[in-house]
Design a protein around this ligand. Structure first.
Ligand SMILES: NC(=O)c1ccc[n+]([C@@H]2O[C@H](COP(=O)([O-])OP(=O)(O)OC[C@H]3O[C@@H](n4cnc5c(N)ncnc54)[C@H](OP(=O)(O)O)[C@@H]3O)[C@@H](O)[C@H]2O)c1
Length: 338
């Protein structure tokens, strides 16, 4: 099988996860990794034979063995690197979140004009459960009316980019509510404009970063989503509940599934979703398994490489639209805080 060559910019935490996903994916490989400091790139490529360590993303973009660039830097640096990659003729996989919707549109329009793929790196979108859940909605719950999500993991390292509003402008709202808003796009699928957006944030006293937020977003068609996100609950929480007119679908691991995702690969928990309808008690809940073939982040890489090869303009545009909608909803929440 032909493999597309990836270059990674920003050898930090999530770059390590994607380097492993590139090993697992059948149609892509890691060619090179760039850092602002060559020592960091060298450290990252230790134990990865055949992967070049490069200083400066410009030098990575000049390499013929790099067909696509994964941008894994803090949000403040993403657009400049992605636009330079597109100008150099590279497809781009850019990690979430983004500065704002206008930034997303500049990148997606530049990629479309150049005939290149732009995709954001939201792993769960590529899990087979997402398509199965979407397909189950009309038959199992009728018309979705409201969506509740909660996403927390315990985190308190103030030296990390998550506590630096200069690097991650929306701090925990951007980092965590991104997934809540993407669930709105994938599952609630509202039509029309945002009619109401409310966020109650909690700030870290030392850094002023948002560390927890609860909120609500409502749409012209009457659909509503509530969310609760942050780093302060002392445990991981990934709950999702989609309420329709004839039932409810729910999951308790909607972001990083407990069977295949990077953090939980060996948990032994099976992935799927739960359906309930009527006056059900706990014993009446039905679990629908949706087994993954590979880790969801490796599935993302395979979908990306497939989209590069297929040249399918409609599917490329659908990915770009989902990114712009997700960021647009985050922007509405951000703007509501004044
Ligand atoms: N999709 C997901 O599941 C997922 C998961 C985690 C994080 N993320 C997102 O990915 C981004 C990175 O998160 P992370 O946890 O991997 O951060 P991280 O560990 O701090 O890594 C970021 C890397 O980017 C480079 N960098 C830092 N500042 C830069 C700048 N101004 N210009 C260019 N490069 C810079 C650094 O490498 P050098 O200093 O060596 O250049 C650093 O290692 C965040 O926006 C985060 O929200 C996504």
């Amino acid at each position: 099988m032909t493999q597309i060559g990836f270059g990674i910019v920003g050898p930090g935490y999530i770059a390590g996860v994607i380097a492993e996903a590139l090993d697992e994916a059948s149609n892509a490989r890691l060619s090179a990794v760039s850092s602002r400091r060559i020592e960091n790139a060298r450290k990252f490529t230790e134990g990865r034979p055949g992967v070049a360590a490069i200083e400066g993303f410009e030098n990575l973009l000049a390499r013929p063995d790099v067909d696509a660039v994964y941008v894994a830097t803090p949000t403040a640096a993403k657009e400049e690197i992605a636009l330079a990659a597109i100008a150099a003729g590279k497809h781009v996989l850019v990690d979430k979140p983004f500065r704002d919707r206008a930034s997303v549109l500049r990148m997606t329009e530049a990629a479309a004009t150049a005939g290149l793929v732009f995709m954001d790196a939201t792993h769960f979108v590529h899990h087979p459960r997402t398509a199965a859940f979407q397909a189950a909605i009309p038959g199992k719950i009728g018309s979705p009316r409201s969506l509740h999500t909660a996403f927390y993991f315990p985190f308190s390292d103030r030296a990390n980019i998550r506590f630096d509003p200069k690097q991650e402008p929306m701090t925990a709202l951007g980092d965590m509510a991104w997934y809540s808003m993407r669930a709105v796009v994938e599952y609630l699928r509202p039509e029309g404009a945002v009619t109401k957006a409310v966020v109650v944030p909690e700030h870290d006293a030392e850094t002023n970063a948002i560390v927890r937020a609860s909120g609500l977003i409502a749409f012209e068609d009457g659909r509503v989503s509530t969310f609760d996100v942050g780093y302060t609950a002392g445990t991981i929480v990934m709950d999702l509940q989609l309420l329709g007119t004839t039932g409810v679908l729910q999951m308790d691991d909607f972001v990083l599934d407990w069977e295949s995702s990077s953090v939980f690969k060996a948990s032994g928990d099976k992935v799927g979703y739960v359906h309930r309808t009527g006056m059900a008690t706990r014993k009446d809940l039905s679990f629908v398994p949706t087994p993954p073939r590979i880790a969801q982040e490796a599935a993302m890489i395979e979908d990306f490489a497939t989209l590069v090869a297929s040249g399918d303009a409609r599917e490329r545009a659908a990915h770009a639209e989902a990114t712009a909608k997700t960021q647009g909803y985050l922007d509405s929440l951000w703007a509501s805080m004044g």
